[in-house]
Design a protein around this ligand. Sequence first.
Ligand SMILES: CC(C)(COP(=O)(O)OP(=O)(O)OC[C@H]1O[C@@H](n2cnc3c(N)ncnc32)[C@H](O)[C@@H]1OP(=O)(O)O)[C@@H](O)C(=O)NCCC(=O)NCCS
Length: 157
Amino acid sequence: MSTVTVALRAGEAADLAALAALEHACFGADAWDTGSLRAELTGPGRQLRVATDDAGSMVGYADVLVAGDVADLLRIATDPSARRTGVATALLGDAVAHARAAGADRMLLEVSDANAGAVAFYTARGFTPIDVRPRYYRDGSAALVLRRDLALPGGTQ
Ligand SMILES: CC(C)(COP(=O)(O)OP(=O)(O)OC[C@H]1O[C@@H](n2cnc3c(N)ncnc32)[C@H](O)[C@@H]1OP(=O)(O)O)[C@@H](O)C(=O)NCCC(=O)NCCS
């Protein structure tokens, strides 16, 4: 993987159009619309952070919800043109650091079992399957529920 430097910052209302475009590119029929994204920007317990390249263009984002000692990684996505350059790794490290600081001791997420790239990404970063939800997604694929223990050592990635 050739890593690029990205800057991370809080998402804001001015990002909604770019976020919606990224959602569409990454999740197709399951993409969140602008209203859903706006709710994520302001919802209780949420942290939505965007990654930008040298030119200031959005290349990825992550959305995490911390409630008590559980962090739910609701979204992580990298623009197709910037994949496998470390963008999601940087966003995940940032989300993990935030979740730990907010008191979470574990991070959970759901991912389609048909999404081999994402499953490989999470597995390489310490997530393990704890459950399966059959026929969870619109395309009929199952959701794998993955968990990472935030109390374990393993850096911020
Ligand atoms: C999954 C996703 C977020 C990874 O983002 P990324 O910025 O490319 O990830 P990084 O560059 O930080 O990490 C890449 C590492 O993850 C793993 N990985 C990522 N995509 C992979 C793929 N298609 N096949 C195998 N491994 C993959 C590898 O370990 C890879 O390291 P390598 O390039 O050295 O082999 C990105 O592919 C994406 O946005 N997919 C669509 C949205 C999505 O599925 N989100 C997750 C579900 S919510």
